[in-house]
Design a binder for this molecule. Structure first.
Ligand SMILES: [Zn+2]
Length: 199
């Protein structure tokens, strides 16, 4: 497995995608053109794709094909996130792929989304070696629009339940499970650990 060589082979198409996203930036929670381009870029990959209803989000789930074999190892889920929205500012970069619609990817979300597509392509190509699942979260509305909360309400974290204790440890909030469960953001998390079931 040579991930670096594989990544380098993706370079031309990823540059093209990034420039296309940059040329037509969209602001806020509803980014239909951006969503369409990302869906097109993910087409043909072995992902379970869903799109948002509150927003134009895109979620892809990759089911790894390997079995966890190390002592004590258990199957887990990792979530990778990239934001999709631009800022309402005029672009004066002078680049030939500069935006002209009064918005601009001035915060780099065109790169973030493109990098996430690249990660999806790489990991899909090596899915047989993954002893777990990967959730690819393409999020609108990062620039103050609370797009992540909309995606959580629509269940983007549900597939991550097998990694629940690790998530809590990272966030250093022992009451987080109870709070999110009470808010209906995730199921089955009030008393004991959920099993590693998948939705
Ligand atoms: Zn940003």
């Amino acid at each position: 497995m040579d991930l670096l060589a594989d990544a380098q082979s993706l370079r031309p198409e990823l540059i093209e995608l990034r420039q296309a996203l940059h040329r037509e930036p969209e602001v806020g929670l509803h980014l239909p053109g951006t969503q369409e381009r990302l869906l097109e870029a993910l087409r043909g990959l072995p992902l379970e794709i869903t799109t948002g209803t509150e927003t134009t989000s895109v979620t892809g789930v990759l089911r790894g094909g390997a079995t966890a074999t190390a002592p004590g190892a258990e199957r887990t889920t990792v979530l990778l996130r990239g934001d999709m929205d631009a800022l309402p500012v005029d672009e004066r970069s002078g680049e030939d792929f500069a935006a002209t619609n009064g918005a601009m990817h001035a915060c780099g979300h065109d790169l973030h989304s493109t990098a996430l597509v690249g990660a999806a392509r790489l990991l899909c190509a090596h899915r047989d070696r993954l002893a777990g699942d990967v959730v690819f979260m393409f999020q609108p509305g990062e620039e103050g629009w609370d797009g992540a909360a909309a995606m959580i309400r629509e269940g983007v974290l549900v597939g991550c339940l097998s990694n629940w204790y690790e998530t809590q440890r990272l966030l250093r909030d022992p009451d987080l499970a109870t709070k999110l469960g009470a808010a209906g953001l995730i199921p089955n998390c009030t008393e004991s650990a959920p099993s590693a079931s998948k939705s």
